[in-house]
Design a protein around this ligand. Sequence first.
Ligand SMILES: [Fe+2]
Ligand SMILES: [Fe+2]
Length: 259
Amino acid sequence: MIKTDDMNLKTSEEWVKHFRENLKQQRVNWELKPQPEPPIPSKIIESVKAWQLAESSDGSHLIYAVTKYAMRNGDLESINAMRWFIKEEQKHGRNLGRYLDLLEVPKSNFNLFDFAFKKARRFLQSMEIWTITVLIAELHAQAYYKSLYKATSCQLLRQICLDILKDEGHHIRFQFERIIHIISNRSSSSLRLTFAAYSLYFRLINWAFWKDHKFVFEAGGLCSQEYKSKMKKSFQRIMRRIFKFQSLGNEAVNLNLSQ
Ligand SMILES: [Fe+2]
Ligand SMILES: [Fe+2]
């Protein structure tokens, strides 16, 4: 069993307070204009359009899942916390959209992976599947915006990336804490199965992000091997933190990600 009392986790009320305060911060200087030279490669623009679309989701299916879960565990404020989290993601979508508008590039309303995810999420009713999906996506978002920052010399786009990165660090902690709550009552053997399933799922999502955004990762200095190794390490780090209060040792974490 994981002893959540020892872990200094934030309450849902504290998360609401955090998101509410953070949303008031204005860290992007919109007086800046996009730099026309050197032009941003069209593949990077296409990738930014895909993220803009994904970040703008209304989050209704996620709210449905968290509401069902909150009704069972009695933490009704967690619904509110998730609403604030979604608002912050939508802010990322708005900022990227504003940037595309300044470039006079039309925003996208279709992306294959986004389409596939929107179809799949109808079946994502479990809070656990939602949470691990978002947690893995957040880890990739962090790597993506770091790469995008390095791939461009446009100061405005760099500021947008830094602002998002500041938020994403908290998002990872937020989703990490949700997972801790969800799996806190599991036995050791059940946790081993849980971790094996998370690892498989991570590999699938990891592959999909590379397929869809490899140009940005490469432009930011990551080749395929470096990307895989970096993402594997960040996933292992978060899994070790999740499982460190349990008898599940490091070897279980390493085993599932060794190939
Ligand atoms: Fe985001
Ligand atoms: Fe996020």
